[in-house]
Write a protein that binds this ligand. Structure first.
Ligand SMILES: C[S@@+](CC[C@H](N)C(=O)[O-])C[C@H]1O[C@@H](n2cnc3c(N)ncnc32)[C@H](O)[C@@H]1O
Length: 324
């Protein structure tokens, strides 16, 4: 019977996901830092009061809100994560999950055709959520990555597929003589530039806007960082990115590949395995790689594999290659 319960719970787990994501989309949590009833909240959000009451009750049953007679409030332990203005907010990444909903609901089509069905909205707000969503996640574990990269004596670093440039911004703050170059698509560099400007770092960073396959990477780098980019690319493009990085590094320079990884049987870690389907839906040929596949991409162009670190939170691998 436990098995039956597991299967049935799994089959309707999208109900719970949609309760949470709809509430985030409506900014429900931004209005529930003090007790409020469904009618006055419905007025503020311009939604139907009866339907909102059902949503708030569902959030209460999921343990995210507390309810006293007919009034509701964010549970303290979740409030910071779900309030958009908080430093701990993860509302961008949850909005990004919401934006993926339609494609996940039609996964069967991609399984039949083998093709992506990218119907995500691509307006500036959704784009901001996608790129800032990376920052939402990375801010909690960035030190796990940074503590394994020796950037203290580096002068110049290239961050390929930099997204919100979370790691680079931290390195620039910790090493005042470091200069950075970010290379990413324009929809990402617009967000990175804003964050770099806000932190007074933009004058230490050059920006290469465009796809890595077309762009000249420059030269003379001590470090090239490629964090969580390879999974979104076709394997040939992964190889090209690493080959161009080899050419751009100084002798003795290091490349760091940070990725979701798969075990060699492609059976674990569970979240990384399921994520492969997300790449099927949303990219042209992207997929997670096994640790050995990533190492091969590095060795193929002449890198010596100098470090391999499996990180637990989140389950990722950091591989250091040296250009001897
Ligand atoms: C998952 S995000 C990772 C962001 C960041 N490196 C991190 O670890 O937080 C992937 C990034 O790769 C970028 N990207 C994907 N394809 C690219 C391409 N062909 N050329 C340059 N950047 C690309 C995306 O725009 C996005 O910013």
């Amino acid at each position: 019977m436990r098995e039956l319960k597991k299967i049935l719970n799994l089959g309707r787990s999208f109900w719970d996901a949609q309760v949470l994501l709809t509430a985030v989309r409506l900014k429900v949590f931004d209005f529930l830092n003090s007790f409020t009833d469904a009618e006055s909240l419905a007025d503020k959000l311009k939604v139907d009061a009866r339907a909102l009451r059902m949503l708030l009750d569902a959030l209460t049953s999921l343990g995210i809100l507390e309810k006293k007679s007919n009034i509701y409030k964010n549970k303290y332990k979740y409030a910071d994560f779900l309030t958009s203005s908080s430093d701990k907010s993860v509302t961008s990444i949850l909005n990004h999950y919401y934006n993926m909903w339609q494609d996940w609901g039609n996964l069967i089509e991609s399984i039949k055709t083998g093709k992506s069905s990218d119907n995500r909205k691509k307006d500036p707000e959704e784009n901001y959520h996608f790129i800032n969503g990376m920052d939402n996640l990375t801010k909690f574990y960035k030190e796990n990555i940074l503590s394994n990269i020796d950037f203290t004596s580096a002068k110049k670093i290239l961050d390929i597929g930099s997204g919100p440039a979370t790691y680079l911004r931290e390195m620039l703050k910790k090493n005042p003589t470091l200069k950075g170059v970010i290379l990413d698509l324009p929809q990402a560099t617009v967000v990175a530039k804003e964050k770099l400007r806000d932190e007074g770092l933009l004058n230490r960073v050059d920006v290469i806007e465009g796809s890595l396959e077309d762009k000249n990477f420059g030269s003379g780098y001590d470090i090239v960082l490629i964090s969580q980019v390879l999974h979104s690319l076709k394997k040939e493009l992964c190889q090209l990115a690493i080959e161009k990085s080899f050419g751009a590094l100084k002798k003795g320079g290091k490349i760091y590949i940070h990725e979701f990884y798969l075990n060699e049987k492609r059976t674990a870690p569970k979240d990384n395995i399921v994520f492969c389907l997300n790449m099927l839906l949303h990219t042209d040929g992207g997929d997670n790689l096994t640790v050995n596949e990533i190492k091969d991409l590095l060795s193929n162009v002449g890198f010596f594999i100098s470090k391999t670190i499996l990180l637990k939170k989140p389950p990722t691998v950091l591989i250091e290659g040296t250009k001897n």
